[in-house]
Design a protein around this ligand. Structure first.
Ligand SMILES: Cc1ncc(COP(=O)(O)O)c(C=O)c1O
Length: 367
């Protein structure tokens, strides 16, 4: 086939291995997936009930505008209902942003160790990618400002940053926004927003009033526990919503996803509880790192990035044989690191116990 030339070198996205695949491959019953930053506590109990009541409408297309959910979110966040756009997961919003604003002759700026979908989708559109080296897992704001020029149309800030868990402070974001022309879209991807507890994390929804080129994306896949249903949303000015509506698929979010998201939003106690437990569990990983003298970045999300100072592919494979699916750093170009999703207390205890055993094996110690 005559594939478009510029698509030739682009690799498909590499998602974490599905639990079922690992069960079948290694004949394991108990497999724990700590590789895609899903919520180990599932989702709110409200969600099942909401889905069941919607099941007799499966023959009908969903509401293309997701008006009920839009209304709910507008009240929840305190914004006008026309400042939202919905996606089949945030993944689709990223694709829509690239489709609307990037193409040949434009460039896009991001940090070099971040969520790979920004780069992949920008490459698909034929844009030039400008990757600014991270500094200790953090976005280098000055470097990002320096990388921007008159052909830049989109700047990506993953906050907290996947895979490092580090975050851009409010002052830093204001410096960035104050330095850029107002026709450059600054996308703050806040997929892990509900887990954040830092006081100086940017209040992006308020900043949007002063900086109309700021867009925020959030998802129901992480703390809300609805990854299977594929639904996320963008918050931005109306003119940006209008631009993105042009490239949105008409029925991109399903009926089940819309009712589930409404039900999930109504249960903020569940979200607070998950976030609290996540912080407590993160501490276990910090202690583990101190015990073994490993370096890590303090995380504002539900995962931790650890530098084990040895190639982690072998470790990740051994963990897999034992039923733990973990993201090797090699997928992010960092051979000695791994990203671990914070699981439930039992999952974390089991993983830490086994990883501790592995790190004391002579063949691993010597690597
Ligand atoms: C930073 C970030 N943004 C976006 C996504 C995509 O999430 P979803 O498409 O499930 O909303 C992820 C998923 O891992 C992520 O880590």
């Amino acid at each position: 086939m005559k594939l478009k030339k510029h698509l030739g070198g682009i690799k498909p996205y590499n998602p974490g291995r599905p639990i079922e695949e690992v069960q079948n491959m290694y004949g394991l019953n108990d497999v724990v997936k700590l590789a895609s930053n899903e919520n180990p506590y599932g989702c709110s109990q409200n969600v099942q009930k909401a889905i069941i009541t919607e099941l007799n409408k499966l023959s009908l297309y969903p509401d293309s505008r997701a008006d009920k959910l839009r209304e709910k979110l507008a009240n929840h966040i305190g914004l006008n209902h026309d400042q939202f756009i919905f996606g089949n997961g945030t993944d689709e919003l990223i694709r829509m942003i690239c489709r609307a604003y990037l193409g040949q002759g434009t460039n896009t700026v991001m940090t070099d160790l971040t969520f790979s979908q920004y780069k992949r989708n920008a490459m698909i559109e034929g844009a030039e990618i400008r990757e600014v080296p991270h500094v200790n897992g953090r976005h280098d704001i000055k470097g990002i400002i320096d990388a921007v020029d008159q052909n830049t149309t989109v700047v990506w800030i993953c906050n907290p940053n996947n895979p490092t868990g580090e975050y851009v402070r409010e002052g830093e974001l204001i410096t960035l926004l104050g330095s850029l022309n107002k026709d450059i879209l600054v996308v703050c991807d806040e997929a892990y927003y509900e887990y954040v507890d830092a006081d100086d994390f940017p209040d992006t929804v308020s900043l949007m009033k002063q900086y109309p080129n700021l867009m925020v994306t959030r998802t129901f896949s992480k703390a809300y526990g609805l990854a299977a249903l594929r639904i996320g949303y963008g918050i931005c000015q109306k003119n940006v919503v209008n631009d993105l509506e042009v490239v949105r698929e008409t029925f991109n979010t399903s009926r089940l996803a819309q009712v589930a998201a409404i039900a999930a939003l109504e249960d903020q106690i569940f979200i607070k509880e998950c976030s609290k437990r996540n912080r407590e569990e993160l501490e276990q990983f910090y202690s583990f790192c101190w015990r073994f003298g490993l370096s890590y970045f303090p995380s504002q999300a539900n995962f931790i990035w650890i530098d084990l100072k040895r190639n982690t592919n072998d470790l990740v494979n051994r963990l897999l044989l034992k039923g733990f699916i973990i993201r090797p750093g090699s997928q992010f170009g960092c051979q000695t690191s791994m990203r671990i999703t914070i699981g439930s207390s039992t999952q974390n205890d089991d993983l830490i116990a086994y990883l501790s055993q592995l790190l004391q094996l002579p063949e691993i110690v010597e690597k």
